[in-house]
Write a protein that binds this ligand. Sequence first.
Ligand code: ASP
Length: 433
Amino acid sequence: MPDSDVEGRKGWPLHVRIFAGLILGTVLGLLGKAALGESARLAWFAGNVANPLGQVFLRLVFMAVVPLVVAALALGVAEIGEIGRVGRVGVRTLVLTLVSSSIAVLIGVGAVNFFKPGAGLPAEVRERLMASVQSQTVKTSLENAAKKKTLAQSLVGIIPKNPLADAVDAFEGGLIPLMFFSLMVGLSMSLVGPEKAAPLKALLESLLAVMLRIIEMAMSLAPLGVAGLMFSVSATAGAGALKMLAGYFLLVVAALALHLTVVYSAAVYFIARRDPRDFFRSIVEVMMTAFATSSSNVTLPLSLKAAQENLKLPRDISNFVLTIGATANQNGTALYEGITVLFLAQFFGVDLTIGQQFAVVVMSVLAGVGTAGVPGGSLPLIAVVLQSVGVPGEGIGIILGVDRLLDMSRTVLNVTGDLAIAACVSAMEERAA
Ligand code: ASP
């Protein structure tokens, strides 16, 4: 979602207003709890005033999510598919993208399972919290999740019989089949060739732009929505919820740092055969721009320049990899999605089976491919992944207040990952030549 009012309009930038919403909602919620305790009036206010404020904002996001997922994923895959036509470079980029995104998600999922930053609210507090936010969709997806399926049934179920029905059920567990459908559409677009695919590509691009615009409008209500949701949470769960939020924040930053320093350094050292310190030194400006703008797309021109001038990568390869990577290779985002979904599941006390955690991993890797390289681009996807495994989508209201800093940090990884892959692919091509 473009943070369009960062510049231009007067007043506080959106992310500052969202943060202010977080503080205001939390402080009022805590004060209310301190003054009134377990009062029926406070519960009434949380349920009938504060929470609906959050609902309005969330529903505006939700309504745009299904078309957004289809368009973004199909376009992302079509672009990777197009480069697949140029053979080896495309295949190598694709493989490295999938491998590094999967490692990123596994680091995130491993860390959140190990440290459990969201666990520990007393069961009765959790029940009240769930009752205050739980919607019918969550109940249905929990019921769906409880229906036992064999492994073969689950695997075959990834392929949709009727993608329209899965689109309707996207929030209740139909997201993976819908993603599969979008993937096939993207792949086939690259197979039928640019001429035949052009009208559909234009349509999907326009659909994506329009959906992002709707979400941008919804985001202007985010400060109020976040204030409302944080009020309900803190009035119900008290200060314990804030401690958990802080733990979650630190865990995301630590896991991102681990992926950046260990995985990227190893790739640069072993595959690109370069000194990681030189590599990072050459791209420090790009990393800083990614941090400041929270947008892979905005940082792209600078990455292209650094790849050619500082890293001295061949122009054709770096152009390919970096342009595609700005939208399709988002390791930081994938890692963050994995942690966020599982953190919120812990927070709301939703026990995810191994199978469901695996589904979160797959969805996070694909979400990395389908996320727009703009500030907050991953939030709509998080909302739908949450709902599809039975965690209330209201959860994004809880993390939104601290999202901007995490967005800045994950964008650094997204952009650095593109440059690392460009360096690796260039070195592999050189060796093959
Ligand atoms: N801001 C990220 C990027 O542009 C996307 C996201 O994770 O929200 O790379």
